[in-house]
Design a binder for this molecule. Structure first.
Ligand code: SF4
Length: 371
């Protein structure tokens, strides 16, 4: 069953998923696959005395293995898939001139806000599922196809975010009537589980994720900060994959902590107008400007949390200015060290499109519209 922690003011009810995940881990007939979101790796060390913002991914992988997770993958891989689909959708809309600006869809708190406050703009939100949902759908489809393994597959996501718990229940994210992701654990919850298992994260060796979906690009990891999705899309759209071109994208104004960032990017014979917003108050302000005609954009990235998911509601607190800065830099450092920078250069992404995803892109990667 699920335990609930009820907020004393009654404003929020957060579902705790620790018990059902422990149960699944203890069951030999269940294959438990876990995906780790980008922002988790620079925050999970906080409660173990690891310096703020330091990448603890390899240690987290080692801990999860010892706790009994069967396969450990990276949500950054899901983010690579999101970039492939969202860039394609964006270019189609630019070509047709319809439903612009395209709003990003990977933050469920933003999607809900838009549906409630600006239902007339719902169509402008990308039809792409979020990285956790895309990845969950792929993992479940693979499990459905694999007749040799008789175990039941459970997909668990470790997320910086409580809104992700609601996202997995949305009907448009179900495939063949099945949830793509079964349980979401916040960073705070996984910290609790690691402690319950008696593991000291600092003592863990550095272990690699499993293959094939442990391989992802630097574009996937920067999803954890405001501007990251946009930067990842631009890396995909710019034909030149050289370092100079990638560095130029850095300096287009989409990086940094400002709540509203704007940029104009030349693309063919067009100028693409881009806005990057973090914080729902800023999103509201920007939408007012769009509606009044004061501003006009082609692409708008929205994250409900100021500065993006690294400061999400499922992350360990306190998150003071120094912690925020450390996580911010931590994620860009991981990108700097990544061998693959662009989502379309991830060889596993290419293989998946040629294999499992062939003819199923809509079914597995976009909102289910046959509701
Ligand atoms: Fe969740 Fe905040 Fe990230 Fe949105 S910005 S997905 S609410 S952590």
């Amino acid at each position: 069953g699920q335990c609930r922690v009820v907020c004393p003011t009654g404003a929020i009810t957060i579902k705790h998923n620790i018990h059902p995940v422990w149960e699944a881990l203890a069951d030999k007939n269940t294959r438990v696959v876990v995906q780790i979101a980008p922002a988790v790796r620079v925050a999970v060390g906080d409660k173990f005395g690891i310096p703020k913002g330091e990448n603890s991914l390899g240690k987290l992988v080692a801990a999860l293995r010892r706790m009994g997770f069967d396969e450990i993958y990276d949500t950054d891989f899901g983010a690579d898939l999101t970039i492939m689909e969202e860039s394609k959708e964006f270019l189609e809309r630019v070509k047709s001139g319809e439903k612009l600006p395209l709003f990003t869809s990977c933050c469920p708190a933003w999607v809900k806000f838009c549906e409630q406050k600006y239902p007339e703009l719902r169509e402008n939100i990308s039809t792409c599922r979020s990285p956790q949902q895309m990845f969950g759908a792929v993992l479940k489809e693979e499990a459905r196809n694999n007749k040799e393994d008789s175990r039941k597959t459970i997909v668990v996501s470790i997320m910086p975010c409580t809104a992700k718990k609601a996202e997995i229940l949305r009907p448009e994210h179900k495939t063949e009537g099945e949830q793509d992701v079964d349980f979401v654990l916040t960073t705070t919850e996984i910290i609790r589980m690691i402690k319950e298992a008696g593991i000291d994260l600092t003592q863990m060796p550095w272990e690699a994720m499993d293959m094939p979906f442990g391989l992802s690009s630097g574009a996937g990891v920067i999803f954890g900060v405001t501007g990251g999705v946009t930067e990842a899309v631009l890396r995909r759209l710019v034909a030149d994959s050289g370092m100079e071109a990638l560095n130029e994208i850095k300096f287009t104004g989409i990086r940094g902590t400002k709540g509203i960032k704007e940029s104009i990017i030349p693309y063919g014979d067009r100028q693409l107008k881009i806005a990057v917003v973090s914080g729902l108050k800023n999103a509201d302000e920007l939408i007012q400007k769009i509606k009044s005609g004061e501003a006009q954009y082609d692409f708008v990235e929205v994250m409900a949390c100021r500065r993006g998911c690294m400061a999400g509601g499922g992350q360990p607190v306190p998150i003071g200015p120094r912690t925020k800065a450390a996580r911010f830099e931590g994620l860009y450092r991981i990108d700097d060290a990544a061998q693959i920078k662009r989502s379309n250069d991830n060889p596993i992404v290419g293989e998946l499109y040629e294999g499992l995803l062939k003819g199923k892109e809509h079914k597995l990667l976009h909102n289910n519209t046959d509701l």
